[in-house]
Design a protein around this ligand. Structure first.
Ligand code: FAD
Length: 320
């Protein structure tokens, strides 16, 4: 492995990782982004709450622009999935491994995000419904779009109840459906739902078809037709690499960081949905910017980050 040691390896090329890449590349640091290509942002048909885009922007296009911006300043991006991360406590270096290669880095930023748990439904139907706004995952993001529409929420625990109550401020027509069996609700939840006029339906729930601009859900109480459904089944946080190097996790299974995005492992940082907080593009970008600036300043404590005088730099480039 003769490649030079990177200043920073960024794992994850969603809004958090790419924002950090833009900052770090513009700090004249040697960085690499390794991205598995499954950003949640890529599944957004059109985000309308991201500031600066009054007409909205497709998630894939936003990511494309961010990648272009990072590469313009020298960031390198590889589409790979990092399977192993090691940390040598003696020299402080990290070694990351993926299918076709590996890299050694002084610092690592984990911006690996989360995955939403999907409702039971055919994968093709799911992707089609997601693209058409018939399946939605984030009422903070797109609750506005279901204003006065018929909405089904699939979930039964406190998360499902909270989501149904949240969506009730957009529409009077909300139905909460248990995902797998009869509805099980905690004390007080029945009353909250009753007061909000939210109907409760027993599962198992299974989204079965798209008809026109609607989605049909099969339940224990028959077929229900909605303009949109929101699965509220929780998410899985991608913390495996953090665990491999012994970083502390929070009780919510997210990577613990300080206010500068440092984890409990020196030289390891985390940003975006993988850290506890608001799971939004703006937040992921903000944390990416904070992490990058902290990484730059922490590297500066280890060695001067001074730039060569311009003529010396030219000589070096010319091989003098
Ligand atoms: C349907 C939907 C609609 C949404 N709408 C909005 C919206 O309108 N507005 C808004 O603000 N937010 C929205 N969100 C939320 C937003 O997408 C996320 O908050 C945001 O993408 C988080 O950015 P991130 O960089 O932390 O993670 P992600 O964007 O999820 O990126 C993480 C990246 O890390 C990669 N990765 C993970 N593990 C590894 C590994 N071991 N090796 C290499 N790569 C790895 C993944 O493949 C992925 O590419 C929406 C989410 C969904 C699902």
């Amino acid at each position: 492995m003769d490649d030079p040691i990177l200043d920073c390896l960024i794992v994850g090329g969603g809004p958090a990782g790419l924002t950090a890449a833009i900052y770090l590349a513009r700090f004249h640091l040697d960085i690499l982004v390794v991205d598995g290509g499954k950003s949640r942002a890529a599944s957004i048909p059109c985000t309308r709450n991201h500031a600066g885009y009054p007409e909205g922007i497709e998630g894939k296009e936003l990511l494309r622009r961010m990648r272009e911006q990072a590469c313009k300043y020298g960031a390198k991006i590889e589409t790979e999935f990092v399977t192993k991360l090691e940390h040598d406590a003696k020299d402080g270096l990290f070694t990351a491994t993926w299918g076709s290669g590996c890299a050694v880095a002084q610092t690592v930023l984990l911006a690996t995000g989360v995955s939403n748990r999907r409702p039971p439904m055919d994968e093709e139907l799911h992707d089609d419904a997601l693209a058409r706004g018939l399946v939605r995952y984030c009422p903070i993001c797109d609750g506005y779009e279901v204003t006065d529409k018929r909405v089904g929420v699939i979930g039964s625990d406190s998360h499902g109840v909270a989501e149904a109550l949240f969506i009730r401020s957009y529409t009077a027509d909300v139905t909460l459906i248990a995902p797998d069996k009869a509805m099980r609700l905690g004390g007080g939840d029945h009353e909250k739902l009753r007061q909000a006029g939210i109907e409760c339906v027993d599962g198992p729930a299974h989204a079965v078809a798209i008809t026109g601009n609607c989605i049909v859900v099969d339940t224990a109480e028959g077929h229900y037709t909605f303009d949109s459904i929101y699965p509220a089944l929780g998410s899985d946080t991608h913390v495996q690499l953090a665990e491999m190097v012994g970083a502390d996790l929070s009780k919510e299974d997210c990577i613990k960081v300080d206010s500068h995005q440092r984890t409990s492992v020196p030289g390891l940082y985390a940003a975006g949905d993988v850290v506890i907080g608001l799971d939004q593009i703006s937040h992921a970008m903000g944390e990416g910017g904070v992490a990058a600036t902290t990484i730059r300043n922490d590297l500066g404590e280890r060695r001067p980050l001074w730039r060569e005088p311009a003529h010396d730099a030219e000589e070096v480039e010319a091989g003098a």
